[in-house]
Design a protein around this ligand. Structure first.
Ligand code: ADP
Ligand code: ASP
Ligand code: MG
Length: 814
């Protein structure tokens, strides 16, 4: 014999009942079936009681929904000829419900007795209807009212099972039953006076396990809407997977700490008789589910079995010097909580015994504070103890596994991964059994913390990176293209899961909660909402996803002003926009500081030499103890293009025009030609080398006449290049005469930086530089004779995008 329990999610409507009927029909032995109320009905009953208690007569709308749910099931699943008798039963129960609710309104009183009475209607109705459905399927079934066999007694204002009476009655009833299937409503029971009681919300699981224990059945099957106990709540952690096997103790810890799929007291009766339980999915009956029995086992080195959490807890802390060494202090504290029936989720006590901190459910916390303060009134009046402090809006997260105690480093890994993601831990407790490490954190960090821990402990080191991208012009669109192509590769070979969550251009934005389908970004953006930088930021902050990165593909000052608040919210920043790092030293240092303080990476490799690994190389040299002696570089792709092509056959004006047309210059070519752009780049390298320089400190030797630089309008500027033709021909002629080439060079030496046009002689590393290539020579202590050279394409959307991509991957690999 075995017991099958079908939860509210499995008996929600006619489709799900079809699955239930098929599972029951496939059984080849005698079975006991325990059913919950139709999905959502117990919640509706709760709501109607609350309304009535508050004098709100609109509870009739809840009754209507309850009626509709049942009527729909009856109409779809039961033959018409049987409708009248079952519908009149439904009406009778609903009338009773209405009369009881009217009574509550009149008296403004809701006693535990009435609560149980009202709650019981859900299971009474569901079992009656399901009986009819099973009978119509020609199954040999009888209905047994659980209130006749499950008897409770009241202890400390709580209805608890009277095992002796329940055992006697259950055995007696089942001796008489000959049918193949015995159907029972879960959750409901009665006391010795015959009044209806209940076993607590979610208690149908318990009904099933009580019967399983007393009749000593082979197995208890819990049929629900998920394929077992998951590694974490699947509604919050998308990557969670069913756990194949748990020990009783592991399952108990997980359910006690919030894994709702099984009601916490359910396992105790099974342990006693060593009856296994299996959690199965009604909608996917072939999935293996989770087996729970006495054995603890480890597969694939998976020591941590699951992570569960309790949503709404509060910390109650009692502190004071008077607590030290006073015996019986904790005893008094816990007696208060016991007396008030307050469930303690977690306890931590400082070793100095100066403070004790307990976590309780938020709804109990005000009462807990009031009662503890009144218990310690005398000590508080003597200032030996402070009044209890109360902190709400917290969650408890527990990591569970029988063998955690035999493995070192689990808590270290847990805390460091949370710390890296800026999740602040308010309290920690590790049970003496070391089967469980529990932490208390702020509610807003819950999603991030669960996903981070899940990633670290269950996902073969897969790391998720969440991107919030601003700017989808040349560079941005190339970046999206590259990401799209590489997603699978990164997943497989680097264990990185890159997700684009939000995209914005200067007009529109898409704020998604999940990964955007990159293929469709253009269409989605077109129909997106109006761009709003505040909203974009708030969205990223509020989602609070781990490894979030804000990506700036623009050249806008306004966007560069956004970085600080992202970094302060533990969101990394990757940018090809030079403005922030080349702005005031104060601003640069402040961004670097925020990055360190909040653990938010700030990477801008593409600020110098597009995709070339220049800043990374510099950082690695310094980090490994080398010292920079000199940096010499050609860093402007546009100026290179111009001077490499500038010859006697083509005028300066024509070549600048060509450079602009082919996309080598900034929209305003003056930024390149003035040398400012190169000055900014060497400034960034100087700062990254540890020098506190401002842009003013960079010596810029201009080659454009001042008058040209003053012209605002771009067309007039181009005209002026014709007017000053001679000015440009002079350096060219000199270079040709000296068998040299013109290059725009940046230099950093002895703490000083300068940029300017230079004649480069044959044999120099810069002489052969082609097209728009960049080159950089690092002379260091280690590379003193021969410099470390980085050379290659230093401009263009494709390589800039790949440089940004490389920064994203750098963050992913950290
Ligand atoms: P039933 O109506 O069948 O009793 P419940 O709603 O009580 O079902 O429990 C099943 C739900 O528990 C799942 O739908 C899931 O959302 C939630 N849940 C929370 N944590 C877990 C977990 N660790 N594993 C599986 N389900 C979980
Ligand atoms: N119907 C009850 C509830 O929702 C009992 C159960 O479903 O287990 O709490
Ligand atoms: Mg349940």
């Amino acid at each position: 014999m075995k017991v099958l329990k079908f939860g509210g999610t499995s008996v929600a409507n006619s489709d799900s009942l079809e699955k239930v009927t098929s599972i029951i029909s496939n059984q080849s032995e005698k079975i006991i079936v325990v059913v919950s109320a139709l999905g959502g009905v117990t919640d509706l009953l709760f709501k109607s009681m609350q309304k009535a208690l508050n004098g709100d007569e609109t509870f009739s709308s809840e009754i209507e929904i309850i009626e509709e749910k049942h009527l729909e099931l009856i109409k779809k699943s039961i033959k018409i000829i049987n409708h009248s008798k079952i519908i009149s039963y439904l009406k009778k129960i609903l009338n009773q419900l209405e009369t009881t609710l009217d009574g509550i309104i009149a008296l403004r009183e809701l006693t535990p007795k009435t609560i149980s009475k009202i709650y019981s209607y859900g299971e009474i109705l569901s079992s009656k209807i399901i009986l009819e459905i099973l009978k119509e399927n020609e199954l040999d079934v009888v209905l047994l009212d659980s209130r006749n066999i499950i008897i409770t007694e009241n202890k400390n204002n709580k209805d608890i099972v009277d095992w002796k009476k329940t055992s006697n009655k259950t055995n007696l009833y089942f001796e008489k039953i000959n049918s193949n299937i015995t159907l029972l409503p879960g959750f409901i029971s009665s006391n010795s006076k015959g009044e209806t009681t209940t076993l607590g919300r979610g208690g149908s699981d318990y009904t099933a396990s009580i019967i399983a224990n007393i009749l000593n059945v082979k197995i208890l099957e819990i049929w629900t809407d998920v394929s077992g106990m998951f590694t974490a709540n699947p509604k919050i952690v998308n990557q969670a997977t069913p756990i194949a096997k748990l020990s009783y103790l592991e399952a108990m810890e997980l359910s006690h700490f919030g894994a709702k799929v099984i009601f916490p007291p359910t396992l105790q009766p099974l342990v006693e008789k060593n009856i296994p339980a299996i959690i199965k999915n009604t909608f996917k009956p072939n999935d293996p589910g989770t087996l729970i029995d006495s054995k603890s086992s480890i597969k694939n080195n998976q020591v941590v079995k699951g992570i569960s959490h309790i949503d709404d807890v509060a910390l109650v802390s009692l502190e004071g010097s008077g607590m030290i060494g006073i015996p019986g202090f904790s005893k008094r504290l816990f007696e208060v909580l016991f007396r008030e029936n307050i469930n303690v989720i977690m306890i931590t006590q400082a070793s100095s015994e100066q403070s004790i901190c307990i976590a309780v459910n938020s709804i109990d916390s005000d009462l807990a504070k009031k009662e503890i303060d009144s218990e310690f009134e005398f000590e508080i009046s003597l200032n030996k103890v402070n009044p209890t402090s109360l902190e709400k809006g917290l969650v408890n997260i527990a990591m569970v596994g029988d063998k955690m105690k035999d493995h070192q480093g689990i808590s270290g890994k847990m805390f460091s991964s949370l710390g890296y993601n800026n999740v602040n831990i308010r309290a920690i407790a590790q049970g003496a059994s070391e089967r469980n490490i529990s932490i208390i954190i702020k509610k807003q960090d819950c999603h991030k913390a669960l996903n981070t821990l899940h990633e670290v402990f269950f996902e073969k080191n897969i790391k998720e990176i969440n991107l919030f991208i601003i700017g989808v012009g040349n560079v941005g669109s190339k970046l999206l293209e590259q990401i799209e192509k590489q997603v699978d590769y990164l997943n497989e070979f680097l264990q990185l899961r890159i997700r684009v969550i939000s995209i914005a251009n200067s007009k529109k934005m898409i704020l998604s909660n999940n990964s955007i389908n990159i293929n469709d970004w253009r269409i989605l953006l077109e129909s997106g909402e109006s761009n709003n930088l505040n909203k974009f930021y708030k969205h990223a902050k509020q989602l609070n996803l781990r490894n979030s990165i804000f990506i700036d593909n623009t050249a806008s000052k306004i966007i560069s002003l956004e970085y600080e608040r992202y970094l302060n919210s533990n969101i990394g920043v990757v940018t090809c926009n030079k403005i922030a790092c080349a702005d005031t030293l104060e601003n640069y240092l402040s961004l670097k500081k925020s990055s360190r303080k909040y653990g938010s990476p700030f990477l801008f490799e593409t600020n110098v030499g597009a995709g070339l690994p220049i800043i990374d190389t510099l950082n690695n040299l310094i980090a490994s103890g080398d010292q920079i002696i000199e940096i010499e570089a050609v860093l402007s792709g546009s100026l290179n293009f111009i001077f490499n092509n500038f010859s006697k056959d083509i005028s300066f004006h024509e070549i600048v025009l060509k450079a602009k047309k082919e996309g080598y210059t900034e929209p305003d070519p003056k930024i390149d030609l003035s040398g400012i752009d190169v000055a900014r780049k060497i400034l960034i390298l100087a700062r990254e080398s540890g020098l506190d320089l401002e842009l003013n400190d960079i010596e810029i030797k201009p080659f454009l006449p001042e008058q040209c630089l003053k012209i605002k309008d771009i067309d007039s500027f181009f005209k002026s290049l014709i007017d000053y033709e001679d000015e440009f021909n002079k350096p060219l002629e000199s270079a040709i005469k000296n068998k040299s080439r013109l290059k725009y060079v940046a230099q950093l030496k002895n703490g000083k930086a300068k940029v300017g046009l230079q004649e480069i002689a044959i044999g120099h590393n810069f002489y052969e530089l082609e097209g728009s290539d960049n080159i950089i020579l690092f002379y260091t202590n280690r590379y003193s004779e021969q410099p470390l050279i980085v050379k290659g394409a230093g401009a263009g959307a494709e390589v800039t995008a790949s440089g940004i991509f490389a920064d994203i991957i750098r963050i992913g690999k950290r």
